[in-house]
Ligand binder design. Structure first.
Ligand SMILES: Nc1nc2c(ncn2[C@@H]2O[C@H](COP(=O)(O)OP(=O)(O)OP(=O)(O)O)[C@@H](O)[C@H]2O)c(=O)[nH]1
Ligand SMILES: [K+]
Ligand SMILES: [Mg+2]
Length: 444
């Protein structure tokens, strides 16, 4: 039997042990399995208590069983859910019992969702939204993922595709007329008007791009600077826990240390790095190399120093904020000495916390601008953006080439419709499906 036709099962809830675990089964054998293990087929969609076990064997667990006959199920196939006690031995016994059935096997990551997609339960953008929702860490990420899951991008894409097909039909009709030597202008003009209107809408969505993709990936802030200036101390302040070792010895931090923060709903990764200096210690040299590399890739660098004299030793496209630490040590602070021109500067005491709230407020502000007004963002992945860009390019070309021949314009419209079809997962997507669904969790 082809793997696609086999019945699959997986633990869909979190890591055992847990109070309750949910095991899902999907495929043609699901009904037979429930009947065998629960003694009878429960009424559809009704939680039913049952002592699970194969006939003649010791019971596995006292469970709640649900039966969802296809196609009105999550995957479109027959689906069964076993809500068992979430112990490892219980799950091992249940999995062993499930594996005894012929053509029943553990699911691959994302395989339930993939079947749902293949059975038309959701389009590809919705499947991507589902994956994002599962992985959302902050509230803003959750809201964006939910918009995707609700199919907002998919709905727009379906509407655009339908309108492209309408415009094509007009042009095709024009082509037929022109065979008879007629003037096709009355057909071409409204077709072009449709295409131009569409283009405006797609370009609008594209203009909001980037921001939502950023929201999915998060903002990376690197703390860098010379040794011993208090980078790890600041890291711990921002993380509000002791993630990095602090010590009076220069060269304490060698590896890059990361924490994920939720700054006002924005996902921010802060990285603490090794103090940048010349050193003979090969381990520290590697730490310095990594520190430079990570700071160069960051979206914002906090360059920490403990005096205004400390020179910069950083190169990269990201904005740099100069943070002067250990102000508590300065008896009389020099008055507003000029830092490097054009650089934002802060004065803090990382160990005492002075100035840290102001720094955090500035970070939130930066995050707000960095992510922009993501509330309306529809695109959350490079795949989606690329296909929409392709669509827009084809539409633009169709307008440009129409004078050279309606056939050329019609061909561009076909390409545009095809790009949208790929966005929705309708056309030749086998290769990308593997990539997308592999990233999902097992049991989803
Ligand atoms: N007085 C004072 N001491 C601080 C402050 N921040 C950090 N320190 C001290 O400075 C020393 C170095 O702090 P770390 O956080 O380890 O410095 P670092 O920049 O991470 O050092 P490396 O990882 O070795 O590069 C420690 O003894 C800290 O307690 C501060 O604001 N005021
Ligand atoms: K140190
Ligand atoms: Mg350190």
């Amino acid at each position: 039997m082809h793997p696609r036709d086999q019945t699959i099962f997986a633990l869909s809830s979190g890591r055992p042990p847990s109070a309750i675990a949910l095991v899902r089964v999907s495929g043609s054998q699901a009904g037979k399995i429930v009947t065998a293990l629960a003694g009878k087929l429960p009424s559809p969609r009704m939680a039913t208590r049952a002592l699970l076990g194969n006939v003649g064997q010791r019971p596995i667990d006292d469970a709640v069983v649900l039966w969802f006959p296809g196609p009105a199920s999550a995957t479109g196939e027959d689906v069964a859910e076993f809500h068992v006690h979430g112990g490892r031995a219980v799950l091992a016994a249940l999995f062993a019992a499930l594996s005894e059935f012929e053509d029943v096997r553990p699911a691959e990551p994302g395989e339930f969702t993939r079947r749902a997609f293949e059975n038309g339960k959701l389009d590809l953008t919705e499947a991507e939204g589902l994956d994002d929702l599962i992985h959302a860490d902050t509230d803003r990420q959750r809201r964006q993922a939910l918009r995707q899951l609700k199919g907002l991008l998919g709905d727009r894409a379906r509407d655009w595709r339908a309108r492209i097909i309408e415009a094509s039909a007009l042009i095709e009709a024009g082509i037929d007329f022109s065979d008879e030597g007629d003037v096709p202008a009355e057909l071409i003009a409204p077709a072009l008007a449709k295409v131009k209107a569409l283009l405006v809408e797609i370009e609008e969505v594209l203009a909001g791009q980037g921001r939502s993709e950023r929201l999915r990936d998060g903002l990376v802030v690197a703390i860098a600077g010379p040794p011993n200036v208090g980078k790890s101390t600041l890291m711990n302040q921002l993380a509000r826990r002791e993630v990095a070792i602090v010590s009076p010895h220069a060269g304490t931090t060698r590896d890059v240390i990361e924490v994920q923060l939720d700054l006002d709903g924005y996902p921010v990764t802060v990285i603490d790095t090794a103090g940048i200096r010349e050193t003979d210690d090969p381990v520290e040299q590697e730490g310095v190399r990594r520190a430079r590399a990570r700071a160069a890739d960051a979206d914002l660098v906090l360059w920490l120093a403990d005096s205004l004299q400390a020179a910069f030793d950083h190169d990269g496209p990201a904005p740099i904020w100069r943070v002067r630490n250990k102000i508590d040590l300065e008896a009389a602070r020099p008055l507003a000495e000029a830092g490097a021109p054009g650089l934002r500067s802060f004065e803090i005491s990382a160990s005492r916390g002075d100035g840290v709230p102001e720094l955090i407020a500035a970070l939130v502000d930066f995050a707000q601008r960095y992510f922009g007004g993501t509330e309306g963002g529809l695109i959350s992945r490079t795949r989606q953006r690329k296909l929409l860009e392709e669509t827009a390019t084809s539409l633009r070309r169709s307008v440009a080439v129409v004078r050279q021949g309606e056939e050329l314009a019609a061909e561009e419209l076909r390409l545009a419709a095809r790009s949208l079809g790929r966005l929705l997962g309708r056309v030749d997507v086998e290769d990308i499906l593997d990539v997308i669904f592999r990233e999902f969790c097992v049991g989803k």
